[in-house]
Write a protein that binds this ligand. Structure first.
Ligand code: C2E
Ligand code: MG
Ligand code: MG
Length: 605
């Protein structure tokens, strides 16, 4: 096939076509381009979801032209043989192999390659196929192109069908049809209840692990149904997370079987006992009997609340109820009613925040540096600055925790400014000690740091005196996708101001593929989760290879993160991944140590 086209330009063309995703002509552009890239006469994208035996084309290209969409019978066609997971190809004589497929005969098709269109959780949505009237061999490159295209079409189909459902999904739990957490929060805005109970199925995770997740899903549906059966129409029932249900009993429901003299907590406890009774008989799923117990946490308006006192908001009650659940779990009790002594979790967060604010004021953070290497020869090619915080009272606190505090409490800009300044200062300090860092110093950035309109000026100011080409700003793919339009705009501006970019923790979804070409990222960092599954997951290995191929085509460098074993290292080298970092090669360490171990060595070379 496309012997005349280099791999590079094939991928570039593909990437170009893929940037159309999100636009109405995406599928059409893609089939036209694929026809040219693969040098075949026919390409189609078909949807097989609604009727498993009929395919409905979403785009159909023949001889470089778009045709009207058609429906065709899958039975007896090569499309029927496209498996759930991988490609299938017939390199010649396909019309004879499938005599019932009249279309093939009519078109004189000789060779066929098909690729399943999958959702992110692996469901087959349809097919992407290419056909030729010549007998051709679909080499690894052609398959790779189709695989990438199919991944993007799959995520596009998923995205558009999700958008339709989004309204419904926003407030409803799709599994049980109950109100979900967001819906409940919405309800609580104008409904302040006396009490909220949270019921958590005990050992649900074990059930889910032992049986398959379909059984788990069925079980959750059955639990929802049973609860609905017992509650009154005025009582609110919601599913908040996998096995956690919220119940807000209507005043009548709460008081029905109870005496007036009981306190709210006694009433709630009595209600919790009722819930246990609802599940006295087992829940049956697929001939399996499940005897379910619940851990129930509850919170209520204070008995001391006077008319003029402020009532607790619904959201606050919900928070307190989950503190009560956690407390009941920790003490292995069936039931707990929130009281002030359980505040510790919340207090801890508040206290931590205050310590954090103080640390920020006193600049009590440190930067550690992790070396980045060229994998083949283990040459140092850069480093990543990672923020560290040691608190006298709490000890070491993970950056994931304190960065979350900074982001939610509006202090990320301040922390980020400190990190950028300190990283630049370190770079210059190493220079002046005669042990300069080779390559780039990577600095992690939160999307909160690039929200404001003076972002560029701020970065220019913070990095004054440092050659910008020696810096690499890292933004995670997830942070990027939180506000793609704004981030894209800022990144473009930063790019124009000569700052280069890495997309951190890349690979958790193909959703941002369309942005990739616009992003002008210099580097893609493959998320640690894929690297850690090398050897154990074929699928993750495929993803790694796809990312590497994609990045190469877009002229981006690839850095693999979290390399912990020689096997992973070898696999990455074999897959063409140039650079990497990880505990195997070097842990994050303080600047002095870093200079001692890694920089003096390079200067000695
Ligand atoms: P990241 O940017 O992906 O950084 C890599 C993380 O992986 C670091 O965790 C590093 O210590 C860890 N790591 C490196 N090699 C290995 C390995 O072989 N195995 C394992 N298991 N882990 C490895 P750390 O330092 O805890 O940082 C976590 C995340 O916090 C970072 O992930 C980054 O997203 C964020 N972060 C750290 N410092 C900053 C900062 O200054 N600003 C911002 N915005 N985020 C930061
Ligand atoms: Mg990073
Ligand atoms: Mg990372």
């Amino acid at each position: 096939m496309a012997g005349k086209t280099s791999a590079e330009s094939m991928f570039l063309r593909l990437a170009d076509a893929l940037t159309r995703s999100g636009y109405s002509d995406f599928f059409n552009t893609l089939v036209l381009e694929l026809g040219k890239i693969l040098d075949v006469e026919y390409v189609l994208i078909a949807d097989t979801v609604e009727s498993p035996m009929t395919a409905r084309t979403l785009a159909l290209m023949a001889h470089g032209e778009l045709l009207e969409n058609i429906s065709y019978n899958l039975k007896g066609s090569p499309c029927e043989t496209v498996p759930e997971r991988d490609s299938c190809a017939y390199e010649g004589g396909v019309a004879e192999l499938f005599p019932d497929d009249h279309l093939l005969t009519e078109l004189g098709v000789q060779s066929y390659i098909g690729m399943p269109l999958l959702t992110s959780d692996g469901r087959k949505l349809g097919i992407l196929s290419a056909m030729s009237t010549d007998a051709i061999q679909f080499d690894e490159l052609a398959r790779e192109v189709l695989r990438i295209a199919a991944a993007q079409v799959g995520s596009e189909l998923e995205r558009s069908s999700q958008q339709e459902q989004i309204q419904a999904l926003t407030y409803r739990d799709s599994l049980t049809g109950l109100t979900n957490r967001r819906g409940l929060h919405e309800l609580l805005l104008d409904h302040i209840p006396a009490t909220i109970l949270l019921a958590d199925i005990r050992r649900f995770k074990t059930i889910n692990d032992v049986y398959n997740s379909d059984v788990g899903d069925e079980l959750l549906r059955a639990v929802a149904e049973r609860m609905q059966h017992y509650i009154s129409a005025e009582t609110i029932l919601a599913r908040l997370s996998s096995d956690e249900f919220a119940i807000i009993p209507s005043p009548a429901d709460l008081a029905e079987k109870l005496t007036k003299e009981q306190s709210l907590s006694e009433q709630a406890e009595a209600y919790a006992r009722q819930i246990a009774l609802w599940f006295e008989s087992p829940v049956v799923v697929d001939d399996n009997e499940f005897h379910l117990d619940f851990t129930i946490g509850c919170a209520g308006q204070s008995a001391l609340t006077h008319e003029h006192d402020k009532q607790l908001t619904g959201a606050e009650l919900l928070r307190r109820a989950s503190v009560a659940v956690a407390d009941a779990k920790a003490r292995q009790q069936d039931f707990a009613f929130f009281n002030a002594s359980m505040m510790s979790a919340m207090e801890y967060r508040q206290l931590l925040f205050e310590r954090f604010r103080k640390a920020l004021r006193d600049e009590d953070f440190q930067l550690y540096f992790q070396p980045v290497f060229s994998l083949k020869d283990r040459q140092l090619v850069g480093a990543e600055a990672l923020c560290r915080w040691y608190d006298d009272e709490f000890g070491w606190i993970s950056p994931l925790d304190f960065i979350a505090i900074a982001e939610t409490r509006g202090l990320m800009q301040n922390l980020g400014d400190w990190v950028v300044t300190a990283a630049c200062k370190q770079l210059l300090d190493w220079d002046s000690s005669g042990t300069p860092l080779p390559g780039k110093l990577a600095i992690n950035i939160s999307n909160k740091q690039i929200e404001s309109h003076d972002t560029i000026q701020r970065f220019e100011r913070l990095t004054e005196g440092v050659d910008r080409r020696r810096l690499l700003l890292e933004l995670t793919e997830t942070a990027m996708m939180r506000a793609p339009e704004l981030n894209l705009k800022r990144i473009k501006q930063l790019h124009e101001a000569s700052f280069s970019w890495a997309i951190d923790d890349f690979g958790t979804g193909y959703s941002s593929l369309a942005y990739l070409t616009q992003l002008k990222a210099a580097v893609l960092k493959i998320d640690r989760s894929f690297v850690s599954k090398i050897e154990s997951s074929q699928q993750d290995e495929t993803i790694i290879q796809t990312i590497i191929a994609m990045a190469k085509a877009l002229q981006m460098d690839v850095i693999a993160e979290g390399i912990e074993s020689e096997t992973q290292l070898e696999y990455l080298i074999k897959s063409g991944c140039h650079d990497g970092q990880g505990f195997l090669l070097g842990r994050p360490i303080p600047a002095d140590e870093f200079a001692q171990i890694w920089l003096s060595q390079t200067s000695n070379l």
